[in-house]
Ligand binder design. Structure first.
Ligand code: DX5
Ligand code: ZN
Length: 223
């Protein structure tokens, strides 16, 4: 199954509710980037904003924490079931504890790996999370080019998971990507096994957002 989450930092922010309502019938949920200007050189939204979004949509949220100290944030966050909470391996002091806390909140725990971090770093934690995010751009900004080197990283992850007979074989773990995803690469990524996509400019750069997301689903399913 293919899941596409429009990444809201790329939306028309002065018309965010309109953007959400427009895409809601077509997407799996919405991707929200939380940046603290320390872990990444950009600053975005916090809990109040996430709560406000949660009030206007029934769709699950996929919250992507690009912050130095994810544990404080995780404690305060309330998300609907089926929502995903991603923290980065690079800023997680205790992966086990973070995953457990997220599960206690009935949210899906997800671990992200940035482009410069070897994917092997997350191998010891695969049985603690249900979702993995391979960053396909340097975290911080939307509108960047997809890093081709990420493909071999994804393949490495899949072969590890297959060899060690971990959860992907029974589809309990999902592999996702975020950054530079669009018409030119979504099919190929779906083909190698990626199921969840955060997409910013690949949707919001188009005047007709609905056509844009429909096209992405169509291309991803054509495998
Ligand atoms: C990058 C963010 C992404 C970004 C995606 O740090 O995590 O979610 O918004 O935007 P595009 O799809 O334009 O690369
Ligand atoms: Zn993101």
């Amino acid at each position: 199954m293919i899941n596409i989450y429009p990444s809201l930092i790329s939306a028309d922010l002065m018309n965010l509710e309109k953007e959400i309502k427009l895409l809601e019938p077509y997407c799996t949920g919405f991707h929200i980037d939380v940046m603290d200007n320390h872990f990444v050189p950009n600053l975005t939204w916090g809990k109040m904003f996430i709560d406000a979004i949660g009030k206007i949509t029934k769709k699950p949220l996929w919250v992507h924490l690009m912050i130095d100290n994810p544990s404080i944030f995780i404690d305060t966050l309330v998300l609907s079931p089926e929502s995903i909470l991603t923290f980065h391996i690079e800023s997680a002091s205790d992966v086990k504890k973070l995953s457990r806390r997220i599960k206690e909140k009935n949210i899906i725990p997800s671990i992200a790996v940035s482009p410069k971090t070897p994917v092997e770093k997350i191998f010891p934690f695969l049985d603690l999370v249900d979702h993995i995010l391979i960053m396909t751009v340097e975290p911080g900004f939307s509108g960047q080019c997809f890093l081709q080197s990420s493909k071999s990283k994804i393949e490495k992850l899949f072969s590890h998971v297959n060899i060690s007979k971990l959860k992907v074989s029974d589809l309990r773990i999902k592999i996702s990507v975020d950054g530079g995803v669009g018409r030119e690469n979504i099919g190929e990524l779906a083909k190698i096994g990626v199921s969840d996509f955060a997409v910013g400019s690949g949707i919001f750069d188009y005047k007709n957002r609905v056509e844009a997301i429909k096209k992405l689903y169509e291309l991803a399913k054509k495998i």
